[in-house]
Design a protein around this ligand. Structure first.
Ligand SMILES: Cc1cc2nc3c(=O)[nH]c(=O)nc-3n(C[C@H](O)[C@H](O)[C@H](O)COP(=O)(O)O)c2cc1C
Length: 176
């Protein structure tokens, strides 16, 4: 499969390490994996102008989303790796997801998907809003969830290394 991993943290921390492990597993299984850090892109929020409706799914904003468009459409699987920021996915990743709107028609296609999430808290309810968002848009697009790795108690960038989430992410990569 052609797998696209979208990460959403500006630092090389917990969610990025989850992505590393996932990619290692997926490559071991023979998948073709590419990775894009949404936190390094300049992607504006959707303007809701519906320009894309009348212009063959092209967004009127000339920013880095244009460079993602073809990869998103071509991927057999899309994986989202994010820290929890104020009970949600990071805004950098959310900006990219909102901009799916422009290519909505092209994204309604069978794809596998997965969520790799890290957060400081230990409570399941803190991860829930991000998970509900992920489950909402992926099921709307008709994608099938291959798994969700939720790494609790990760504050410092290396805290993830003390958890079993890295091994789980590698397994998920192998089995997606
Ligand atoms: C702006 C910001 C908001 C955060 N909000 C939450 C939160 O609502 N709940 C939580 O448990 N952790 C929160 N955290 C902690 C991060 O989710 C946690 O440190 C995560 O593992 C960071 O991932 P990273 O190392 O991949 O950047 C927040 C951190 C930042 C910087």
């Amino acid at each position: 499969m052609k797998i696209l991993v979208l990460t959403g943290s500006a630092r090389n921390g917990n969610s990025s390490k989850l992505a590393d492990a996932f990619i290692e597993g997926a490559k071991e299984a023979g998948h073709d994996v590419s990775r894009i850090n949404c936190a390094k892109l300049k992607v504006g929020g959707c303007l809701g102008c519906n320009y894309c409706y009348k212009h063959d799914s092209i967004c009127c904003q000339k920013d880095d989303f244009a460079s993602l468009r073809d990869d998103l459409v071509a991927a057999d699987a899309i994986v989202f790796a994010s820290p929890v920021y104020y009970y949600g996915l990071s805004s950098q990743l959310r900006a990219v997801i909102d901009r799916f709107y422009a290519i909505d028609g092209k994204l309604h296609a069978p794809k596998r998907t997965a969520l790799l999430l890290s957060l400081a808290d230990d409570a399941e309810k803190t991860a829930m809003p991000a998970r509900v968002h992920y489950e909402g848009f992926t099921s709307y697009l008709g994608w099938s969830d291959a798994g969700q790795i939720i790494a609790y108690g990760c504050t410092e960038p290396d805290d993830i290394l003390k958890t079993d989430a890295i091994a789980k992410a590698r397994e998920l990569g192998k089995n997606i």
